[in-house]
Design a protein around this ligand. Structure first.
Ligand code: BJW
Ligand code: ZN
Length: 269
């Protein structure tokens, strides 16, 4: 892995290539929240969950086969989410939005994450592609609620107050359509940007993984921030390999000349 000192070497070239007042679209994935203590989907698994492939729990089939298991997974993740705080990567993106969206809208943040950490970091112009872990929806009447319930102590699945149907988290599972409005806005943002930033995503889950390619076809400058190579890496103009909590504050302060509070000792390097 190229460490933070190495990505710093390409920042001057990157800064020259980027139009300061260009329109920016960002796509984030689980990696941006990893340093807030929220596990990603496709990396080393921990604790109770080392036995399960998270991708196999995120399906309607899994829910119908074993709703208690799926609910227990979501309750565990909700607990992590409620304890987590936004990290310097989230905060840097929020600072960039504040800088770019003063008069006109020049910044859009598309996230695959369901954890609200971008909201809590102060970002406003957010498109949530895969829903939100704290919302719930009834399997039968589709009534949505914002107040998270949980299983009873003896493992009863929460039921809908309207029709008695099974309640599930209001997130998008494999094989399900993404919310159409979010999808349209995300497509529009990918088509219309000058700079596209892909951060902390494995870039394999569709349709989100197509967004950088849309931007690429429209000749945007593509930047990837990730600790690993991804299938997107060969197509991007700049690969910044490193932790998003370190790379994003450096990138954003250098390119857009935004004063960032010093978040960690690493920032002083
Ligand atoms: C760091 C870091 C640090 C770590 N700093 N970096 C074959 C071809 C094409 C498509 C398909 C196909 N077979 C099936 C499909 C469709 C399927 C799909 O794409 N499958 C792929 C696995 C191939 N897609 C769907 O089903 C979607 N719907 C759909 O296509 O509908 C169309 C349709 C429907 C019905 C009929 C007909 C058509 C829906 C996808 C929903 C995904 N849902 C989940 C769960 C959400 C709820 C929840 O959170 O519980 O979304 S799965 C999971 O994956 C979650 C994530 O949002 C999503 C993406 O993951 P992400 O964010 O990229 O995380 P990771 O873990 O994969 O990667 C983390 C990255 O961070 C890594 O690269 C690390 O290196 C990096 N990293 N720490 C920087 N500190
Ligand atoms: Zn209902």
């Amino acid at each position: 892995m190229i460490d933070s000192a190495d990505f710093l070497k390409i920042l001057p070239d990157l800064a020259k290539a980027i139009p300061q007042n260009g329109v920016v679209t960002v796509l984030t994935g689980a990696g941006v929240s990893a340093e807030s203590g929220i596990p990603t989907f496709r990396e080393a698994r921990t604790g109770l969950w080392e036995k399960y492939d998270p991708a196999e729990l995120a399906t309607m089939e899994a829910f119908l086969n074993n709703p208690k298991l799926v609910w227990a997974w979501y309750q565990w993740r909700r607990e992590l989410v409620s304890k987590a705080i936004p990290n310097p990567g989230h905060l840097a993106l929020s600072a960039l939005e504040q800088h770019l969206n003063q008069d006109t809208e020049k910044f859009v943040l598309i996230t695959q994450n369901v954890d609200s950490l971008h909201h809590r970091a102060g970002s406003k112009n957010i498109i949530e592609l895969h829903g939100n872990i704290m919302r719930e929806v009834c399997l039968d009447c589709y009534q949505k609620t914002n107040s998270p319930t949980s299983m009873s102590p003896d493992g009863e699945i929460p039921r809908c107050s309207n029709c008695g149907g099974l309640i599930r988290p209001d997130v998008v599972w494999f094989g399900e359509q993404l919310p159409q409005k979010s999808l349209d806005l995300a497509w529009q943002a990918a088509r219309n940007c000058d700079i596209f930033l892909s951060v902390g995503t494995s870039a394999i889950v569709q349709p989100a993984a197509s967004l950088p390619m849309i931007a690429y076809q429209n000749e945007a400058i593509i930047i990837e921030v990730n600790i690993n190579q991804t299938p997107l890496s060969p197509y991007v103009d700049f690969v910044l390999q490193g932790f998003s909590s370190i790379v994003l504050p450096k990138l954003i302060s250098r390119v857009w000349n935004i004063k960032m509070i010093s978040f960690s000792k690493n920032d002083e390097k």
